[in-house]
Design a protein around this ligand. Structure first.
Ligand code: SF4
Length: 300
């Protein structure tokens, strides 16, 4: 078995990580360079569904000009309520060469993006790293962000820490049964704890530039799932215990039922104001000091 954090610097070594793919906790061991695919379904080429300026992220990410967001096809978790399911679960998108992807990164910077924001990047990380290095050689200067589910390994943290400036990481569940039921993954809580602690060590503080745009750091996101406000409360307790209450936290109420959520009546709705306020009250009680909360839309 190959340790993904070792021999990570040359292009050849990075590509070799696809020969025995263990980039995520599934640790499939498939040879993606020979056409095999593992649980996520990603192949040996970068597959991208969209790349655009995105204005809906937290203020220090979107800023005035937008976040240069790249949505990768496929995903290594299988959320039954995924709002991006055509991309993540069905795998819509087009394959790009490393050279073309490098061009995309530079063109997002050229359009004024404050950063490069990589969504569902895990299965493509070695390829991304090669392209980012090349883009930096050609003038890419804006920070690199990774948008992660919080179900990544410590080795993945080591593989990415020298080129990812900002980590946006979920704490989605406090209960492994719920994680398995709604996202089809195992041991979420243990994996989430280790990964969040590791990244908190790597990026212990948030740094902003003169325009209040994030340049380094960790932002943790929590999406409240309907009928599960108790789990949200437990997630906040976990978070405070794992990384303290000074971490930057983004509390989100934007859930709406998508994809297969209709098969699970308890999550086939938006969250209620009562659920939102319960979680908010607990956030205040725990005295989290930094971050953002979404406005509650009355049609929830
Ligand atoms: S990235 Fe995909 S192929 Fe690799 S270990 Fe994870 S699920 Fe398996």
């Amino acid at each position: 078995m190959k340790n993904i954090s070792s021999e990570k610097n040359s292009e050849r070594d990075l590509l070799s990580l696809l020969e025995d793919c263990r980039l995520c906790p599934w640790s499939c061991g498939v040879n993606r360079l020979r056409g095999e695919t593992g649980r996520c379904g990603a192949g040996d080429k970068l597959k991208i569904a969209a790349h655009t300026l995105h204005f809906g992220e937290e203020p220090p990410i979107s800023g005035r000009n937008g976040s240069g967001t790249v949505f990768f096809s496929h995903c290594n978790s299988f959320c039954v309520y995924c709002q991006n399911y055509p991309i993540s679960q069905i795998g819509y998108g087009n394959e790009y060469s490393l050279e073309d992807f490098t061009g995309i990164l530079l063109s997002l910077q050229g359009r004024g993006a404050h950063n490069i924001n990589l969504v569902s990047p895990v299965p493509y990380t070695p390829l991304i790293k090669i392209a980012v290095d090349e883009a930096k050689n050609k003038g890419l200067k804006i920070p690199i962000l990774m948008n992660l589910f919080g179900w990544e390994t410590e080795e993945f943290a080591e593989l990415t820490s020298d080129f990812v400036d900002v980590y946006l990481i979920d704490i989605r569940y406090s209960n492994n049964e719920t994680a398995n039921k709604y996202s089809g993954i195992k041991h979420y809580t243990e994996v989430n704890e280790k990964f969040l602690k590791k990244i908190n060590e790597i990026r212990p503080s948030v740094e902003l530039d003169e325009n209040e745009i994030i340049t380094k750091g960790l932002i943790i996101r929590h999406l409240i799932i309907p009928g599960h406000s108790e789990e949200s409360i437990e997630c906040l307790d976990h978070l405070k215990g794992w990384v303290g209450n000074e971490v930057h936290l983004s509390l989100m109420n934007q859930y709406f039922p998508a994809y297969n959520a209709f098969k699970y009546p308890e999550i086939n709705r938006k969250i209620t104001r009562e659920e939102w306020e319960r979680v908010l009250k607990h956030l205040e009680n725990l005295n989290f000091k930094n971050g953002w909360i979404q406005d509650f839309e009355e049609d929830n």
